[in-house]
Design a protein around this ligand. Sequence first.
Ligand code: PLP
Ligand code: MN
Length: 376
Amino acid sequence: MTVPTFAHYNLDAPGSRYALNTPALVLDLDAFERNVETMADIMRAHGKNLRPHAKSHKSPTIAKAQIAAGAVGCCCATLDEAEVMAAAGIAGILITSPVTTALKIDRLIALAGRTPDTMVVVDNPANVEALAARAAAAGIRLNVIIDVELGFGRTGVTSPEAAVSLGETMKTLPSLAYRGLQAYGGHIQHTIDPDERLALCRQAHLKIDAVISALAAIDMKPDIVTGGGTGSHAIDAREGPFTEIQAGSYILMDAEYETVIYRSGTAWPFENALFVQTAVISTNVAGSVTTDAGTKAFALNGPPPRVVSPGLEAATYSYAGDEHGRLHLHDAAHPSIGEVIECVVPHNDPTVTLYGQYHCVRGDKLVALWPVLARR
Ligand code: PLP
Ligand code: MN
């Protein structure tokens, strides 16, 4: 396969945005940069740090742009992401899921040896013991954060007592450095109704407060309290017990977040910056055309792609195969064979992973290619 590179594209030429190797991942740099600044401003206004989640973009270039705007590092969902970010020279990495297998623990310890401020979450005493043993054998201190479960039922300790018990275990293990708490409500972020989201955030804040108090009582008051995503960032920053927010999707936005009401009567302060560009490959069926972007071009776990190309906004998208999409035209203009169409993606994080690079655009020009380096 020929991966299009600078040599294949006419960078900075008028119209070069629409001469890509479709299906192509497109990043609107102007919108992206505004999103980065807007979130940085919101966090500054509330006196909170921002450790944005790299799971959304998987690109050291993007993590560095966020850090340049004031972020204190980046979160990583996987060890693979963390290794890529660290290799690119990014400091302040927090791995937000437990690292539990022997192979990965060895890699984590090696990573922490190279990048000593790396942090990892824990929620299990046996895992804590295993991490401590490997860190001690390597002669390092590993930074750990206790993960607190907030109602999603995914990871984290499920009570203040469990947090205290884990804390007591950690006190006996000098190869671990306790840094604080993570509390991320995965069930909150895409709650459509803003009042319901506010209520869920407040319930979550009470749970976190109880854990903080219980840990303070054993002399383990957390320095870092990290959590929150794009859906909850404003509430969490305004009234939550957090020292920092982990939002990720805000830089790109997607069709899933478009279904979420930011505040009643108020639009999201973030813009769509991520698109998939697809080309029409067949036009023989009345009422629809077929494009070259199917289930290998868009992650499926979200609403359908939303068509944004001028004149085609009324068209709706459905999947027609692994490499095929169906554009139902309704009242939209009839696109011609070979025409390229841009869509907001259903869900940003797993869509980005399907591509090797971002085609970075400003207006109608392709201006840069940024690799998606951390695809696992
Ligand atoms: N923190 C954690 C632990 C996550 O799993 C995620 C996303 O799934 C985020 C932060 C970022 O959330 P969002 O992409 O909604 O901003
Ligand atoms: Mn997501």
